[in-house]
Design a protein around this ligand. Structure first.
Ligand code: NAG
Ligand code: NAG
Ligand code: NAG
Ligand code: NAG
Ligand code: NAG
Ligand code: NAG
Ligand code: NAG
Ligand code: NAG
Ligand code: NAG
Length: 432
C-alpha cells in the first residue's frame, strides 16, 4: 500500500513536471513585456522588460539571451541596457553615416555587465542577465533594455511585433506575443509616458525539457540508526557509461574561462550517484518537545559556483519550524492549501554562494522543529523529507525501504522518553 502511494505520488510529480506545472508555484513564468514607446517617421522606440515571476527559480549566470524573429526587414539602430551578440550582415547600409547595431533577422540580445558606462545603461539593466527569484529579492527580478528599431526600406514606418521569442535558458519555452492593455512607463519613477502598444510573451519552465537527467540527489541519516540511506546509484548518471565524464582525485582539470556565455556542462567528482549536487538530511537530536535536523548541500561540480542557490523542502513538520541557523527561510504555497513546504536560501555574503568542489564547496544549516502532538513520530521515516528540490529542480530520493529505521526495541523508549537523548547530549556538551 505504501509502495503504491509512493508510486502514485512520483507519477503525479513526473506528470506535473512534464507539463511545467508546479503546485508549489502554480503561476510560475517569465514574462517578456514589449512596449512600443513612440514612433517617429522611420523608427520606433521600444522598451523590453523581462520579469521573473517565479517564487523559487532564479536565472543564474551566464544569464538570459533573449531572441525573436522579425516579421519584415527591421533592424536595430541602437540599444541601451543590453546588446545583440551578433551585428549580422549590415552591408545593405553601406555608405550610411552610421551602421545599425544589429541587422539579424533573428537577433539574440544579452544583458550588459555591471559597471557598464552610464550612457549605455537603462534602468534595471546591467546585471549580466541574472534575475532573482521573487522570494529571494523582489527588487532584482526584472531586467529591461531600450532600443531604436527601423526598417531597411525607409518608407515603411510600420514596425510589426516580432514572433518566436526564446530566452536562451534550458527548459524554457515561450508562447506567442499577446497584445495587452498599454502600460504607462517610466525611466526614473518620476515622469511617466504613454505607451502606444504593449505585448506580453509568457515563458514557462519544464525540468524535463531542461535536462533528461536529474541534477541532485538526497541522502538520509539519523542519530538512532547508523545506517545511511545513500543517494541512489546512478541518480544523475552512471560511471563508465559512454558520455559520463567525472573527475577522480589527482586528475588534471581543464576549467572554463570566467566570461562564458554558455553554462558549462557539469564536470562532477566520481561518485555512485554522479550528481552535481547532493543534499544530506540528518536527524540529529531529539529533545523533549523539539527535534533537530541538519541539512548539508554539497557541490560536486567542478565548473560551477552556485550563486543565490535555493532549496525547496516538503516536510509535514515545517509548519512548526521554531529555529533556523545560517539560512533564510520562507514558507511556500500560501495561496493554496499547502502548508508543509518551504524554501531555504543562503545569507548574503555569507553562504549565498555554493562554491565548486575544488573549493571544498558545501553549505549547512541546522533547524529545530516542534514535535506537534499526535503527529510527530520517529517511526516509518516520518522525520525524513517528502520532497526536495535544488534551484527548482526535483532531487532523487532514496527508496523508502532504505530509510534508517528506529531499532525495534527502542520504538517506545525513543517515542516516549526523548529526554534521555537530551541528557546524553548535555553530558557530551559538558565533557567538551
Ligand atoms: C505569470 O505570472 C504572473 C505573476 O505571478 C501572473 O499574474 C500571470 O497570470 C502569469 N501568467 C501565466 C500565463 O500564468
Ligand atoms: C503583462 O505583463 C505585465 C508584467 O510585465 C503584467 O503586469 C500584466 O498583468 C500582463 N498582462 C497580461 C494580460 O497578462
Ligand atoms: C550580405 O548581404 C548582402 C545583400 O544584402 C549579400 O549580397 C552578401 O553576400 C551578404 N554577405 C554575407 C557575408 O552574407
Ligand atoms: C531611402 O530614401 C532615399 C531618399 O528618399 C532613397 O534615395 C533611398 O533609395 C531609400 N532607400 C531604400 C533602401 O529604399
Ligand atoms: C516603399 O514605397 C514604395 C513606393 O511607395 C512601395 O512600392 C514599396 O512597397 C514600399 N516598401 C515597403 C517595404 O513598404
Ligand atoms: C514561429 O512561430 C510561429 C507561430 O508562433 C510558428 O508557426 C513557427 O513554426 C515558428 N517558427 C520557428 C522557426 O520556430
Ligand atoms: C568559484 O569561486 C571561487 C572563489 O570566488 C573562484 O576562485 C573560482 O574560480 C570560481 N569557480 C568557478 C568555476 O567559477
Ligand atoms: C496544514 O494543513 C493540514 C492539512 O491541510 C491541516 O490539517 C493543518 O491544520 C494545517 N496546519 C496549519 C498550521 O495551518
Ligand atoms: C537501521 O535501519 C536499517 C534500514 O531501514 C534497518 O535494516 C536496520 O535494522 C536498522 N538498525 C537497527 C539497529 O534497528
Amino acid at each position: 500500500m505504501k509502495k503504491l502511494l509512493i508510486f502514485t505520488f512520483s507519477l503525479i510529480t513526473s506528470l506535473s513536471l512534464a507539463s511545467g506545472f508546479d503546485p508549489l508555484d502554480p503561476y510560475a513564468n517569465i514574462t517578456v513585456t514589449w512596449d512600443f514607446l513612440q514612433q517617429s517617421e522611420s523608427t520606433s522606440d521600444v522598451k523590453v522588460s523581462i520579469y521573473n515571476f517565479q517564487q523559487f527559480r532564479h536565472v543564474d549566470r551566464p544569464g538570459w539571451k533573449l531572441g525573436w524573429r522579425w516579421q519584415g526587414d527591421e533592424v536595430i539602430w541602437n540599444m541601451w541596457g543590453a546588446e545583440a551578440i551578433y551585428q549580422g550582415n549590415c552591408s545593405r547600409f553601406k555608405g550610411a553615416p552610421e551602421r545599425p547595431h544589429c541587422c539579424e533577422m533573428e537577433p539574440v540580445i544579452i544583458d550588459l555587465l555591471p559597471g557598464t558606462p552610464f550612457n549605455k545603461q537603462f534602468s534595471n539593466c546591467c546585471k549580466g542577465g541574472e534575475l532573482s527569484s521573487m522570494v529571494q529579492d523582489s527588487s532584482k527580478f526584472l531586467s529591461a533594455f531600450r532600443m531604436n528599431v527601423g526598417a531597411f526600406s525607409n518608407n515603411s514606418t510600420n514596425i510589426n511585433m516580432p514572433d518566436n521569442f526564446t530566452l536562451g535558458l534550458p527548459g524554457y519555452t515561450c508562447g506567442p506575443p499577446v497584445q495587452v492593455q498599454p502600460t504607462k512607463t517610466s525611466q526614473d519613477g518620476r515622469r511617466w509616458t504613454e505607451t502606444l502598444e504593449t505585448w506580453n510573451v509568457t515563458c514557462m519552465y519544464s525540468q524535463f525539457r531542461a535536462s533528461p537527467s536529474p541534477k541532485c540527489c538526497v541522502s538520509l541519516s539519523s542519530f538512532y540508526n547508523s545506517t545511511i540511506a545513500k543517494c541512489p546509484r546512478c541518480s544523475c548518471g552512471c560511471q563508465g557509461l559512454p558520455g559520463a565524464k567525472c573527475v577522480k582525485p589527482g586528475d588534471e582539470l581543464q576549467l572554463p574561462g570566467e566570461r562564458e556565455t554558455e553554462e558549462p556542462s557539469p564536470l562532477v567528482t566520481c561518485t555512485r550517484h554522479m550528481c552535481p549536487i547532493g543534499i544530506h538530511w540528518h536527524v540529529k537530536e531529539s529533545y523533549k518537545e523539539y527535534w533537530r535536523v541538519k541539512i548539508t548541500i554539497t557541490n560536486y561540480n567542478f565548473v560551477k559556483n552556485y550563486s543565490d542557490w535555493t532549496l525547496v523542502v516538503q516536510h509535514p513538520n515545517l509548519q512548526s519550524l521554531t529555529q533556523l541557523f545560517s539560512f533564510n527561510y520562507h514558507p511556500l504555497g500560501q495561496f493554496g492549501n499547502i502548508n508543509d513546504t518551504g524554501m531555504f536560501w543562503g545569507i548574503k555574503y555569507y553562504n549565498d554562494m555554493l562554491l565548486s568542489t575544488g573549493k571544498n564547496g558545501n553549505v549547512q544549516t541546522e533547524m529545530v522543529l516542534h514535535k506537534d502532538e499526535g503527529v510527530f513520530t520517529f517511526r516509518e521515516g516520518w522525520t525524513f523529507p517528502r520532497r526536495i528540490s535544488f534551484n527548482g529542480d526535483e532531487c532523487v530520493m532514496p527508496s523508502p525501504d532504505e530509510y534508517p529505521r528506529l531499532p525495534n526495541r527502542a520504538h517506545r523508549a525513543a517515542a516516549s522518553r526523548p529526554s534521555i537523548v537530551v541528557f546524553t547530549s548535555l553530558l557530551i556538551l559538558a565533557a567538551l
